[in-house]
Design a protein around this ligand. Structure first.
Ligand code: ZN
Length: 192
């Protein structure tokens, strides 16, 4: 395994570009994971609903057999209840099989996407450590307080995060390759 500490530090502009790419990767994985979690939850809700149908059917059958015993319903009606119950049970059982079939690949995708996200976050955390000044802390704060992206390009003196026209001196500083943050949205600025 390669020793991380033996690597020469990235030069600032390259580090920022790398961090922008990794931030994007983390964000995409996070969104994909949210979709997968949504699918899993929808599947689980479906299973719970099927189980409720099973329960309702069982008590329906139970009460109809009690009613039959008490001669409250005709034998013909009891037969109809039994037929409807069998058909519904069959449908519910098919639904459960279908869910089990979908759940396996869904669970596998969920697990692999989670480990991809953990790996991408570790790469991102390693990169932020190389940021100059207090920018590593700034990046961390932005991740919890601001919507993605956390590092924005400056184009025509404007911050691409909030579109604010930057003060000339700040735009010049960033254009020289020095890192700073936007006075309005606090995102880290860079010239791509
Ligand atoms: Zn801004």
């Amino acid at each position: 395994m390669e020793n991380e500490s033996s690597k020469p530090p990235l030069e600032p502009a390259r580090l920022l570009r790398e961090l922008v790419r990794t931030d994007a990767e983390v964000e995409q994985l996070r969104q994909e994971l949210e979709v997968l979690r949504g699918c899993t939850e929808a599947g689980l809700r479906c299973v719970r609903a099927s189980q409720a149908v099973f329960q309702a059917l069982s008590s329906w059958r139970e009460s109809s057999s009690q009613a039959l015993a008490g001669r409250l319903i005709e034998a013909e009606s009891a037969e109809q209840v039994a037929r409807a119950t069998a058909v519904t049970e069959q449908r519910v059982s098919e639904l459960l099989d279908l869910y089990a079939e979908c759940a396996r690949p869904l669970q596998a995708a969920l697990e692999s996407q989670t480990s991809n996200l953990i790996a991408a976050e570790a790469r991102r955390n390693a990169l932020t450590k190389g940021l100059p000044g207090g920018l590593a802390t700034r990046h961390e704060v932005l991740r919890t307080t601001t919507k993605y992206p956390y590092i924005c390009q400056v184009i025509s003196r404007r911050c691409k995060g909030c579109n604010m026209l930057l003060p000339t001196a700040l735009a010049q500083t960033v254009a020289r390759g020095q890192t700073d943050s936007c006075p309005s949205c606090r995102r880290i600025l860079f010239v791509g």
